[in-house]
Design a protein around this ligand. Structure first.
Ligand code: HEC
Ligand code: HEC
Ligand code: HEC
Length: 350
């Protein structure tokens, strides 16, 4: 017995020293060019699959993913932040990334192998030692779900469906790759948006507010993986230009969406007088009134899906913004989900 113990102790000392020695000697290759042995490749994938499936969101916690409003923002973000590695229906993976180890897989082929909850886990947290990055912010699960909704659609998309969804433009025939990268308009063009869009309308919004929103994204006070990537590489001096550009635009006239008149009426009352018992203030005391502080955003005519989403974020304490942001978090505290539906319906049609 004593001899065995001695052996174990000697082994426990020698093994790490031997490991360090091999590491120090330079015998271990970290060359990506020589690839993995088949067994290493199998082992790493096996570990990855087990890790992802152990941490996957359970099916009963997956939100509904069939809402078409989820797709455009996620598709545009895919083109800027994912297609560079994974390729897309409009563009194969570049040779440079095919030399990565492991090479990023073609997602059109592999997405069906994963459940919704597993895709969420991969997109939110990324995969260590592979180059697969985590989502730029960890506090916007709603954005990550919209990416999962988009990934589920990807396998059946052809080049022209993808180009349309992602807002790539300057394209000739489907399959011909555009030299023009994704721009603000790819996602925010008035013609792309409708009442169900989670991407907000910018045309005619106050310049002061637009600028403060852009600064809140670049300064990371307002978490959004999609907008952080969209504005992250812009020089600081272009932010005022962009804010001025969008403030000057006239919003296009839209057809009214059929909404329950009782719902709109409920939203109107809340907006005009609030509800003292729950400390809900009258929204119109700050928003959309003559002489209002220009740093308060205009809500009238904004997409109802976007309005509702932002109210949820304010209430959860996730949405930051300008130095006035706390006023709005306070205002959202006493709202029920039904109030949010009513307010979003009312303002979007106002
Ligand atoms: C820098 C390159 C890179 C970028 C950018 C990137 N990925 Fe990946 N991704 C990878 C690599 C490499 C893997 C393979 C991981 C593995 O095999 O273990 C991967 C794996 C995945 C997988 C799992 C597929 C599978 O079967 O292995 C999904 C889903 C995925 N990425 C989605 C995305 C999305 C969505 C984005 C954009 C938000 C993105 N990736 C951005 C490199 C990248
Ligand atoms: C890939 C799609 C995409 C691109 C590209 C994009 N945006 Fe956005 N934008 C979004 C989404 C989605 C939101 C909502 C984010 C949130 O929930 O905070 C948003 C929000 C905004 C807001 C906040 C509006 C408000 O009412 O609070 C501004 C301002 C904005 N974007 C300006 C821009 C500008 C300027 C550009 C170009 C530099 C740009 N965006 C590029 C998708 C995009
Ligand atoms: C005390 C003033 C005040 C009151 C009252 C108020 N808000 Fe706000 N609201 C703000 C400010 C300030 C912002 C901008 C915060 C930021 O991002 O800097 C804002 C932002 C918003 C936004 C986000 C708009 C966008 O484009 O992203 C929505 C939606 C909103 N408010 C809805 C409401 C509703 C609905 C009510 C009534 C229940 C309300 N607000 C009451 C001050 C107020």
């Amino acid at each position: 017995m004593t001899i065995r113990w001695k052996h174990l102790i000697v082994l426990a000392i020698i093994a790490p020293v031997l490991g360090l020695g091999i590491g120090w000697s330079g015998l271990m290759s970290v060359r990506a060019s020589s690839g993995h042995w088949a067994v290493t490749d199998w082992f790493l994938h096996w570990v990855m699959r087990n890790s992802v499936s152990a941490r996957a969101v359970s099916p009963d916690k997956v939100p509904p993913l069939d809402d078409p409003g989820l797709i455009p923002g996620a598709a545009g973000h895919f083109e800027t932040a994912c297609a560079t590695c994974h390729g897309s229906p409009a563009q194969p993976r570049p040779d440079s990334v095919m030399a990565m180890l492991p090479p990023p897989p073609d997602l059109q082929t592999v997405v069906p192998e994963w459940s919704d909850g597993e895709l969420f886990e991969i997109v939110k947290h990324g995969v260590r030692f592979t180059g697969m990055p985590a989502w730029p912010t960890q506090s916007r699960d709603d954005e990550i779900w919209s990416m999962v909704a988009f990934l589920k659609k990807l396998p059946e998309m052809d080049a022209s469906a993808y180009i349309k969804a992602s807002g790539l433009h300057g394209m000739g025939q489907a399959g011909e790759v555009s030299p023009l990268p994704i721009t603000c308009e790819s996602c925010h063009a008035e013609s792309k948006l409708n009442d169900g869009s989670l991407v907000p309308r910018l045309a005619g919004q106050s310049e002061a507010y637009l600028l403060s929103a852009l600064k809140a994204y670049t300064g990371k006070q307002r978490p959004s993986g999609i907008m952080q990537v969209a504005v992250g590489t812009l020089p600081a001096e272009s932010l005022p230009e962009l804010a001025a550009y969008y403030a000057r635009q006239t919003p296009s006239v839209r057809e009214a969406v059929a909404q329950d008149p009782a719902l709109i009426e409920k939203g109107k009352t809340l907006a005009e007088v609030g509800r003292a018992s729950d400390k809900v203030p009258a929204c119109l005391s700050c928003h959309d009134k003559a002489g209002a502080n220009p740093a308060y955003p205009k809500l009238s005519g904004q997409n109802s899906a976007y309005l509702r989403q932002q109210l949820l974020l304010f209430q959860a304490g996730t949405r930051g913004g300008s130095s006035y942001g706390h006023l709005m978090s306070e205002a959202a505290k006493g709202l029920t989900p039904q109030d949010m539906d009513a307010l979003a319906a009312y303002f979007s049609q106002r």
